[in-house]
Structures are given as C-alpha cells and as structure tokens.
Write a protein that binds this ligand. Structure first.
Ligand code: ZN
Length: 540
C-alpha cells in the first residue's frame, strides 16, 4: 500500500494543469483510480499536521489530538510541535535536531492496524521532508519514519523507532543527496507562454519575497544557493523552497522499497511518501504563480517516476495507492483584494488590543494601575516583552488569574468574543464551553469544522475565524488554515484491486481514505476512524 501526499496540493491543480501532465503521473492516478472531485477536509485549522494526522487514521483532530502544527502545551507552558517528544533522541543530522515521535497522535493508523493484523509482519514506513508529514501518516507502531534535516542536508529519524539508522539510510546520506543541487538554476519546464496563459506574469505586485528566510527572487530562474558559498544550513533551507527535494524524496523512497523489501511478500506493507516542496513554494509565491504551476508539473513527473518504479519492482496491479493532500491554500491576500474578493491582513496587535481593552473596561472599570486584568490571557515572554498566546487562531485564558479574581469564565468568554467580533475581518468565534457542550450546528460547515478541530486538553478557550481571503497575524505571503474551500478542497484518489476507476461526484473527505483502505485490506479500521467507506467505487 502506497500513500502519496503532496503538501498544499489544491484539488483545482489537477484541473487547471491537467492537460499538461504526462501519461504516468497524476493522469494515471485519475485514469486508473477512483477520483473524488468534491473531497474536502471537514476540520479547521487546515494545517499540515492535522491533515497528515487525518488521512491514515480516518479521524479528525478532535479525535487524533493533532490540532495544529504546534500548540500551547498547558502543563509545561511551552509551545510544542505535533511530534515533539523529549523522551526520544534524534538519529542522524546534528545532536540538537528536535527529537520527534508520533507519541502525541491519539489514534491508530491503517499501518498500525495492518501490523496488528499480521503479527507485525507488515512493514510500515513514512517518508517526507517534514518530520510531522513522515511520522503521522505512518503511525505509532510504524517501523520507521524519515525526514530531511536542514541542519545536515540528510535524512534523519529518532530513537522512537530504533537505536541507529539502518545501514542503507546511512549509505544514502553518505552520497550527500542534497548537495548536488547546490547552485542549480530552477527554470520552467515548459515555455513561458504556457505559464503566462495559465497564471499570468512571473512578477505580479502581490508576490513578495522580501520576508523570505533565504534570499530569493520573484522571477525565474531561481538560483539555489541560500546566499552562501558552499552547502550548509542556509542552502538546505533554500532547497526546501524549490521542487528539488521532491526528486530527492523519490530516490529515498526507491531505496526504502529495495532495502526494506517493501511489497516483496504476501503481507501488505505500507509506504507513505509526503512531498513538501509544493507547500514551501506555495507559501512563498501563492497558488496562482508560475512557480506553483512549475512545481506542480515537476511533481507530476516525480510521481510518474515513483509509480514506474513501484510497477517494475512490485507491480501496480499488486499495489493499493491513495493520493491526497493535507490542505489547500488561499490566494495571496493582496491578490484576492485586487480581484475584489475582500482579501486582507488583520494585524495581531489590533485583535489583541481590542480584546485587552474590553477585558480592562469590564474587570478594571476604575483604571487601577497596574491593571490587574493584564494577565487574564495566558502570556509568554518574548525577549523583554510579554505576548498573549495566540496560536492556530486560538486564545488561551489564564485560569489561575481568573480564579484569583473570582472572574466567571463563561462571562469572560463572552467579553472576549464580543471584542474579537468587533475587529473588522473577524467573521466568527467559538468558545471552549460552546464546543464542549456540542452547542454548535452540524449543518453549518464552519461550526462543524471548528468542532472537528477542537481537542479539549490542547485547544484554546476562544477559536476565531477570519472572513474569507483574510489572515490574522500573518506576514507570510500565502497561507492556509481556514475552513474555506480554497483550504479544504483537495484530491482524494484511490487506485488498485477492488476499486472501480472513475470520477466520483459524491462528497468525500480525506478522512474517508483510511476506512476505505481498511475495507479493501479487510482489516479493522483505525481506532478513531469516523470517515465513511467510499462504497460507490468499491467492487462488491
Ligand atoms: Zn502542509
């Protein structure tokens, strides 16, 4: 079983660029597989970790516990990632690589269930550039997960899986797989006319790379050095923002298939490959850019290479394949504004300023100084300044301070919500109490998605939703995270024995992939699987 994920791959890329694809990549998946044209995530925030935590568990963040790429860990007061695990040690890279594992994933995966069903004979391996995208789809009982270190330019893992990297991984790393791209010029694969026709000029005014981590330009060719003279961390970060890590990942996946003998015996193995380049490029240039179009066309070729390899080695007839993405992406706000769609950016300081002013007005009416309400929202120190916790559009209350001053949490929630809703561009707010009571409508997709993204011990106390095409507190050029279609609409394709190929117009969600694969594999669905079996495409 092969799961292919392309990070930030909107469904419409299959249609907008479809006629430019070769025969053996996306076109083969659409032709020989069952493809759902109306597949949407049914949770928010639509980020990488929640998406990757859903596709192989069939569970929303409300069940998987993966509510964001990062969140506030209330017990420690620290910001953690979805895969932070201080009980394990990094393997490969440099000694200070962040230690990562699936221990925060609260649901089993298809791979976990296969290993249970086969007394561990099934092998399960996850691969990506990003740690979370390698770790989460593979699951808690996976044999291995590997991801790319921008410190060392090599593939790394952690002691969660084993005590040292397998020899084949070390051999792969010894070839310095990233370094060969140093100084490479990223050029378009097709003539410029084709790009201008589809997405417009290379350098629209809303493209802005001035905030980029590493030097870059708005226009082709993009020369990949990271602004340094020899391969090193800056170059490896710059490499993330090119199509070339996808190519590297395909080589690594091929090595995994050969050296781990995936698909070589009667017990089904699982390989999950998540391509990250598309997300980095999309964040920097937006979904209507020549760069995104080009990385999409190149990804089609990368996937063709991988599928051809699997075909030669294992046989596609013997392989169950699923293809999806972890989320979409919105147009750049300035682009959306230019199109009259109401795009814009809502400054973090405006949101928090309004909320703090409302809190002070209600609970410190006589303007006592120092203001006793100053710590009612949980804060952290950043340099010499204190900042309120605001992550995944969640605000966290300081329960100790509220208790100290006898503040009623429910009333306080309403004060915060009213203030937030007075900020131009904030569309909706949900409170912890409302979500815990289930006092939301399942027929309202925004409310349902907020509920599906809420995990009580990890989420905040007020969840905000901006209007379409608007971001709160974002300096990044283009991003995702909202409950709107541009962020939720992604491909869902399943191909293999037992599946009737075709275009399916029924509503679906990537949460349906795991239960459908489980039905095809005749195993127990993952522990918290809530998706439906996509029966319309299954042979009886
Ligand atoms: Zn992502």
């Amino acid at each position: 079983m092969l799961l292919i994920v392309v990070d930030q791959f909107r469904y419409d890329y299959l249609e907008r660029f479809g006629d430019l694809f070769g025969p053996n990549g996306f076109r083969r998946l659409m032709r020989d597989g069952a493809s759902w044209t109306q597949s949407n995530y049914d949770h928010m925030p639509t980020y990488t970790a929640p998406g990757h935590g859903t596709m192989m568990t069939g569970a929303y963040p409300a069940e998987s516990g993966i509510i964001g790429n990062e969140w506030l860990d209330r017990p420690s007061g620290k910001r953690i990632t979805s895969v932070t695990d201080d009980t394990v040690k990094p393997l490969g890279g440099i000694p200070t690589e962040p230690p990562s594992s699936p221990s925060r994933l609260m649901a089993s995966t298809v791979g976990d269930e296969l290993r249970l069903a086969t007394n561990d004979r099934s092998k399960v391996i996850g691969i990506s550039v990003k740690d979370r995208s390698a770790i989460l789809p593979a699951g808690r009982h996976a044999n291995a997960a590997y991801w790319f270190s921008t410190n060392s330019g090599t593939m790394v893992s952690s002691t969660y899986y084993f005590n040292q990297l397998p020899a084949w991984v070390t051999s792969f790393n010894n070839t310095k797989p990233a370094d060969k791209y140093f100084g490479t010029k990223w050029e378009r694969v097709l003539p410029e006319d084709e790009y201008v026709k589809r997405v417009g000029p290379d350098n629209p005014k809303w493209e802005d790379v001035s905030n980029a981590w590493t030097p870059d330009t708005n226009t082709f060719p993009h020369t990949v050095t990271g602004g340094v003279n020899a391969p090193g961390s800056k170059f490896y970060i710059a490499l993330d923002y090119t199509p070339f890590t996808n190519e590297m990942l395909v080589s690594f996946a091929e090595q995994a298939i050969v050296n781990e003998q995936l698909g070589a015996d009667d017990d089904t193995d699982v390989l999950t490959v998540s391509f990250s380049a598309n997300d980095y490029v999309g964040h920097r240039f937006g979904p209507y850019s020549q760069e995104v179009m080009d990385v999409t066309l190149r990804t089609d070729r990368n996937i063709a290479t991988l599928l051809d390899f699997v075909d030669a080695r294992v046989g596609l007839a013997n392989t169950l394949i699923a293809f999806t993405a972890d989320h979409g992406v919105s147009p750049i706000p300035e682009h959306a504004a230019a199109m009259g769609l109401g795009g814009g950016r809502i400054p973090f300081a405006t949101v928090m300023g309004k909320i703090q002013a409302a809190i002070s007005a209600r609970y410190n009416p006589h303007g006592k100084t120092p203001d006793p309400t100053a710590d009612y929202l949980l804060r952290f120190q950043e340099g010499t300044a204190w900042r309120e916790w605001f992550i995944n559009n969640n605000i966290y209350f300081n329960y100790d301070a509220l208790k100290r001053d006898g503040v009623d949490v429910e009333e306080f929630s309403q004060v915060v919500v009213r203030a937030a809703l007075s900020v131009p561009g904030i569309a909706r707010c949900f409170t912890r109490l409302q979500l815990l009571r289930g006092a939301t409508s399942v027929t309202d997709p925004i409310e349902r998605r907020a509920l599906h993204g809420f995990y009580p011990s990890r989420s905040g106390d007020v969840v905000m939703v901006a209007e379409p095409y608007k971001y709160i507190a974002e300096t990044i050029t283009a991003t995702h995270g909202s409950p709107y279609s541009y962020d939720t609409h992604v491909p869902t394709i399943i191909m293999g024995a037992g599946v009737n190929p075709g275009r399916y117009l029924e509503a679906a969600t990537p949460a349906d992939i795991a239960p459908t694969l489980s039905a095809l594999l005749r195993i127990t669905a993952p522990s918290n699987s809530t998706g439906r079996v996509l029966v319309e495409a299954l042979k009886r």
